[in-house]
Write a protein that binds this ligand. Structure first.
Ligand code: NAD
Length: 482
């Protein structure tokens, strides 16, 4: 028998990933009585099965590789071992530490946490009574369902790996990133990665550094195909130089278990080819997660699994918003957070119209159309704004300026791989409209370009700032000096 709580929340957030928990914190800061529902662990995909665990494994595997190669810096190290069990423990400790931090923030902000599956059972939109509340049922194992009443709802239920129906996709040893992230036994001798997008190339980097032979099969003509062409080409060269076998334009047909491992049959330029690996990672994209999110007949408008929203992330149902991976706009943690903050400000403003004496504090909404994309490969890749091709497609008269990292002191002394930095600007005014980086610390330095583009800075304005020497960021001065 479901029990109804007496509290009426202003906002109920479903999903405690970086979209949902940040939105709940902001809502509480704005004075909204806020509930946050999570069926698994705090932090969502990003903290439990995505950004943080992959970057923790990458950090360990790169450190291992660096120690193995330490002779290059005049240091000798013997008996260096990468113990995956211990590396996984470090990953778990990292996750637990961050979870504790988030829990403390939520507690301090007085956000009420509910553990269980949240289902919208009343959208509160079927009559003209303004006091008709929306209702969300929370179902958890071993407990009676609880029903909470709420004025508005924010859906932030994220996404799950999408596995194409390749024959053999369910064989033992064929994994998605969820399973491979928890692998704590001996490193594989060989790993086949199906999909050369962000997840594919990031996992390639982790396992390559641990000594695993990598093969990537990508259906499109290039790796990371939605980014600047030169980034994909340089990444391919770098992975190949370290021993990876990379096939683009490759269509996977089937996977089979054999004595030698998992046999993959694929076609490349109309030729049937095969390769064998000890394990297979399927990294062919993620799909919005909406299981159990709505009672029958209550779902808002959806398209191919994603919840459709307007520019303020409101769904087709008034007062119900959807942010992050579940709306399928941009599958990035920082985009989910920005969307959540934007939606919460809309919600707070809407509620303040309904509720007397409630002022919405001013805070600039995030610049939603300027989202940096980062790939944690070696070297790192980052891009923001337009590529030169995109600028030309939009009819802009633009140019680009590129520099190599080979003259940067910090890159040379730390024996970084050859990288580059490219800035795209309007020819007449020199206003910066895009940047593409492939170099050490690219994922940190891209923010300087995000600020420049948001503030419409010119090359000359960017170059006029004194940057420390020696530093990787000196490349920014170099690339913005024609
Ligand atoms: P993706 O869409 O980036 O890449 C999937 C790739 O698989 C595509 O290039 C596609 O052409 C290819 N593909 C699909 N079916 C195939 C098949 N049958 N055979 C061969 N290739 C096939 O998806 P992803 O890499 O799985 O990542 C999922 C999402 O998670 C992305 O939106 C990504 O932005 C996000 N993510 C971001 C980061 C980051 O920001 N650093 C890290 C991990 C994931």
């Amino acid at each position: 028998m479901a029990e109804m709580t007496t509290t009426i929340y202003d906002l109920t957030v479903i999903g405690a990933g970086p979209g949902g928990y940040e939105a709940a914190l902001e809502a509480a800061k704005l004075g909204l009585r806020t509930a946050l529902i999570e069926k698994d662990s705090l932090g969502g995909t990003c903290l439990n099965r995505g950004c943080i665990p992959t970057k923790t494994l990458l950090h360990s595997s790169e450190l291992y590789k660096e120690i193995c190669d330490a002779e290059r810096f005049g240091i000798s190290a013997e008996h260096v071992q990468a113990d995956l069990n211990n590396i996984q423990q470090h990953k778990q400790t990292t996750i637990a530490t961050l979870q504790k931090g988030i829990a403390a923030l939520l507690k301090a902000a007085k956000v009420t946490m509910y553990q269980g599956l949240g289902t919208v059972i009343d959208t509160g939109t079927d009559d003209s009574n303004k006091d008709h509340m929306k209702q969300v049922q929370i179902t958890a194992d071993g407990a009676d369902p609880v029903i909470i009443q709420t004025r508005q709802i924010l859906l932030a239920s994220g996404s799950v790996p999408s596995v194409p129906p390749i024959p053999g996709h369910d064989l033992p040893g064929v994994m998605t990133s969820d399973e491979l992230l928890s692998w704590d036994q001996e490193p594989f001798s060989s790993l086949l990665i199906i999909g050369g997008g962000v997840i594919g190339v990031e996992f390639a980097g982790i396992w390559q550094a641990l000594g695993t032979k990598i093969t990537i099969l990508e259906a499109l003509p290039s790796l990371i195909a939605n980014m600047d062409k030169e980034l994909g080409q340089s990444l391919k060269q770098s992975l190949k130089k370290k021993g990876a076998d990379i096939h683009t334009g490759a269509m996977v047909q089937s996977l089979e278990s054999t004595q030698d491992g998992i046999l993959c049959t694929y076609t490349e330029k109309d030729t049937v080819c095969t390769c064998t690996a000890q394990a297979v990672l399927i990294a062919t994209g993620r799909k919005p997660y909406t299981d159990g999110l709505f009672a029958d007949g209550l779902a808002p408008s959806m398209e191919r699994g994603r919840i459709l929203t307007d520019e303020h992330f409101q769904t087709s149902l008034p007062g119900i918003y959807a942010i992050g991976d579940v709306n399928g706009k941009l599958q990035l943690a920082h985009a989910a957070t920005a969307q959540g903050l934007h939606a919460v400000h809309q919600i707070a403003a809407a509620l303040s119209e309904d509720t007397a004496n409630r002022a919405v504090p001013h805070r600039n909404s995030p610049v939603l159309d300027l989202v940096p994309s980062c790939i944690y490969a070696s070297p790192e890749i980052a891009s923001v704004g337009l590529t030169l091709d995109q600028a030309k497609e939009q009819g802009l008269v633009a140019k680009s300026h590129k520099i190599l990292s080979s003259a940067n002191g910090k890159s040379v002394l730390s024996l970084q791989e050859r990288g580059f930095m490219k800035v795209v600007y309007l020819e007449e005014t020199h206003v910066i409209i895009g940047a593409q980086l492939l170099c050490a610390r690219a994922t940190d330095m891209i923010s300087e370009f995000a600020v420049a583009i948001a503030q419409k800075l010119t090359l000359e304005e960017m170059a006029s700032v004194i940057r420390p020497h020696p530093s990787f960021s000196e490349m920014i001065t170099q690339v913005t000096t024609l």
